[in-house]
Design a protein around this ligand. Sequence first.
Ligand SMILES: NC(=O)c1ccc[n+]([C@@H]2O[C@H](COP(=O)([O-])OP(=O)(O)OC[C@H]3O[C@@H](n4cnc5c(N)ncnc54)[C@H](O)[C@@H]3O)[C@@H](O)[C@H]2O)c1
Length: 230
Amino acid sequence: MKTALVTGAGRGIGLATAKAFLGAGWRVLALDKDFRPFDATGNVERVQYDLTNIAGIPALVAGLGEIHTLVNNAGVLYCDPYESIPEAHKREILAVNIEAPAALIAALAPQMVARKSGRIVSVGSVAAFTGHPDLWYGITKAGILNLTKSWASQLGRHGVLVNAVAPGPTHTEMYEQLPQSRKDMVSRTVYSGRAARPEEVAASILWLGTAAPEYVNGTTLDCNNGSYPR
Ligand SMILES: NC(=O)c1ccc[n+]([C@@H]2O[C@H](COP(=O)([O-])OP(=O)(O)OC[C@H]3O[C@@H](n4cnc5c(N)ncnc54)[C@H](O)[C@@H]3O)[C@@H](O)[C@H]2O)c1
């Protein structure tokens, strides 16, 4: 049986992704620092971990055993005006959104290379493609795209696929916290005029994490229904 490690699986897109892998017959390691809304059942184990602890990631991974697919989904966003971004928010965004995904890939790459197979899917955002009001959020999400290409270039020849998804607005707590004016602006740009269901993003992640052909590598799959914010 194959195992997926899904970060930020406590709620939102990560929880939907954990359920999608479980539905596909996988064992899931659900990593989060907060499991209050978590309700996945079946072949799933909770991994309580705060991803701001970057230094602890190698030891964490060493204790998890075989992982066939890593989903780097955990992320944080704060709606701070650029003039007054608290240093602690900036540090947390950099750690959770880009340093932790990079550290998890680095820690898992050796076992995937040794098996000559493995898949990594990181969750970027439509925020990567445009100027974004949450500056560090946009910067880290753009970083996910390059992280994906760079690791694919290193691991592709060893049979490991490294891809990303870039969701548009998706009904989760992260989206609900946005000011209404931003949500109105975003929904005007979406072809269907609605935010995604987390399950729609999860289905895209599941495809990249289980079934996409080997020739799909180093790419970012837009899952945004035309919602490029302006
Ligand atoms: N919701 C959207 O509209 C949207 C759009 C584009 C991209 N995304 C991205 O999708 C991913 C999932 O977002 P979501 O909307 O489900 O958000 P969410 O806020 O609903 O869920 C994020 C999860 O990550 C966990 N997390 C945060 N910091 C953590 C830490 N330090 N250690 C461990 N876990 C931590 C949270 O506890 C939470 O369970 C994020 O990377 C986000 O940037 C979301």
